[in-house]
Design a protein around this ligand. Structure first.
Ligand code: PLP
Length: 373
C-alpha cells in the first residue's frame, strides 16, 4: 500500500542531501571536536562551519548560535536559564506566555512556578492568535521574561513577533524576549530584531532528530542547565552531536534557499485541500486564513478526531489529532482546549501537515479517503 505522510508538524522525512552531509561524521571523521589532533580539528571545523551556515540563514552572528539536543532542551535552557540569571529571581519574578504554547514552554513555566515564579497565561482567540496588546496589558514591573511562539504547531497560526517584541522592549528593555521558532525556521523569514532568545530544531525541516539550537543574543545572560566540559561557550556542556549538527546545517540551508518555492508549493496544496473540504458537510477549519500553508487543522463535527485519524491510518494516510491520548481516555489537546470554540470542534479536530515532499496526488488521495469515511 502506498502511504501518505501528513504529520509534518510532528516530524519530517530526512532529506537525502542531509543524510549525505552527515555520513562522513559517522564513519571517517568521527573525532571529538574538543580533541586537538587532526580528527578533532576536522570535527571542530564541521561544527563551526555548520554554526556559521545556520547563523547566516537566521541573519545573526555565529557566536549567537548554541547547539542543543533539540528544541525541548533549547526551550528549557531559554526559560530556566534566562530567569535563573535575571536580576530578580524566585519569589515575585513574573513570566508572560500563552496557553497556545508547546508543552516544553508550559511545563518549564510550571516547574519555575514551584520555585516561586509567577506566570500569566494569555488566552488565544478562536484562531489561536495572541496580540501585542494582550502582551502589553500583562507586563508588570516584576516581569523578567516573555515567551511567545513564532508559529503554532497545531494551527499554523503565525504570531506578530516583531510587534510583540517591540511592546516588551518599550516597556522594559531588560525583559528577556524568547520565542519558540520550531515551526517557523526554514518555513517563513525570521526577523530577530526584537528577540533575545529563539529555539529551533532540525527534525522539523527534514533534518535529523535529537539536534536543535538556541539563538542567544549577545549580552543575554543565561544560567546553564548542564555543567561539564564547557562546550558551546560554557552555555551547554557535552560533546557536540557532530553528524547531527552537520545535517542540521544542510537541512537549514536547503529549507532557507528554497523557502519561496516550497511555500508556493504548499500554498497550492493547501488551496486544493481546502477547496476539496468545502464540498464536504460537517467540516469546520480551525486554522485561520492567514495560517502557514504547512498546517490545516480541521474539525469533523459530530465525530471524534481520533476516530478520523485511525480510519485514515487504516488507509495508509498518517495524520494526527489535536489530541494527545492518555493511557485510555482521549484528551483534547491543551491548545484546542484553550480556544473559545465548541467542544464538538475540540473533540473532532485533526491536523494535516504538509511538506515540500507532499504531492497533489497525495492531497487528492486524502480527500477521497475523507469522502469515503
Ligand atoms: N515547540 C514546538 C512548537 C514543537 O512543535 C515541538 C515539536 O513537537 C517542540 C517545541 C519540541 O521540539 P523537539 O522535538 O526538537 O524537542
Amino acid at each position: 500500500m502506498r502511504t501518505v505522510y501528513l504529520d509534518n508538524n510532528a516530524t519530517t522525512q530526512l532529506a537525502p542531501e542531509v543524510l549525505q552531509a552527515m555520513e562522513p561524521f559517522w564513519t571517517d571523521d568521527f573525532g571529538n571536536p574538543s580533541s586537538s589532533h587532526a580528527k578533532g580539528v576536522r570535527a571542530r571545523e564541521a561544527v563551526e562551519e555548520s554554526r556559521a551556515a545556520i547563523a547566516r540563514n537566521l541573519g545573526v552572528s555565529a557566536e549567537e548560535v548554541v547547539f542543543t539536543s533539540g528544541a525541548t532542551e533549547s526551550i528549557n535552557l531559554a526559560l530556566k536559564g534566562a530567569v535563573g540569571a535575571a536580576r530578580r529571581t524566585g519569589g515575585g519574578a513574573h513570566i508572560v506566555t500563552s496557553l497556545a504554547e508547546h508543552d516544553a514552554v508550559l511545563e518549564s513555566c510550571a516547574a519555575l512556578g514551584d520555585e516561586g515564579y509567577a506566570t500569566t497565561y494569555l488566552r488565544p482567540d478562536a484562531g489561536g492568535r495572541v496580540t501585542a496588546e494582550q502582551i502589553a496589558a500583562a507586563l508588570r514591573p516584576e516581569t523578567v521574561l516573555v515567551s511567545i511562539m513564532h508559529v503554532n504547531n497545531e494551527l499554523g497560526t503565525a504570531y506578530p513577533l516583531r510587534d510583540i517584541g517591540r511592546v516588551v522592549k518599550e516597556y522594559d528593555p531588560g525583559i528577556v524576549m524568547f520565542s519558540d521558532g520550531v515551526q517557523a525556521f526554514g518555513k517563513i523569514p525570521v526577523d530577530l530584531t526584537q528577540i533575545d532568545l529563539y529555539a529551533f530544531s532540525a527534525h522539523k525541516l527534514h533534518g535529523p532528530k535529537g539536534v536543535g539550537a538556541l539563538f542567544v543574543r549577545k549580552g543575554t545572560r543565561l544560567r546553564p542547565l548542564f555543567h561539564g566540559g564547557g562546550q558551546e561557550s560554557g552555555i551547554r556542556s557535552g560533546t557536540e552531536n557532530v553528524a547531527g549538527i552537520a545535517g542540521f546545517a544542510k537541512a537549514a540551508e536547503l529549507a532557507c534557499r528554497d523557502m519561496a518555492k516550497n511555500s508556493a508549493h504548499m500554498s497550492a496544496l493547501k488551496e486544493a485541500f481546502l477547496s476539496g473540504l468545502r464540498g464536504m458537510s460537517g467540516i469546520a477549519v480551525n486554522s485561520p486564513e492567514d495560517a502557514l500553508p504547512t498546517t490545516v487543522s480541521v474539525a469533523f463535527l459530530g465525530r471524534e478526531g481520533s476516530a478520523v485519524r485511525d480510519a485514515l491510518n487504516k488507509r495508509g494516510i498518517f495524520v494526527s489529532t489535536g489530541s494527545a491520548c492518555s493511557s485510555k481516555e482521549p484528551r483534547v489537546s491543551h491548545v484546542l482546549d484553550a480556544l473559545p470554540v465548541s467542544d464538538d470542534i475540540k473533540r473532532g479536530s485533526v491536523r494535516f501537515g504538509f511538506s515540500r515532499y507532499t504531492s497533489t496526488e497525495e492531497i487528492t488521495a486524502t480527500l477521497n479517503a475523507l469522502r469515503s469515511l
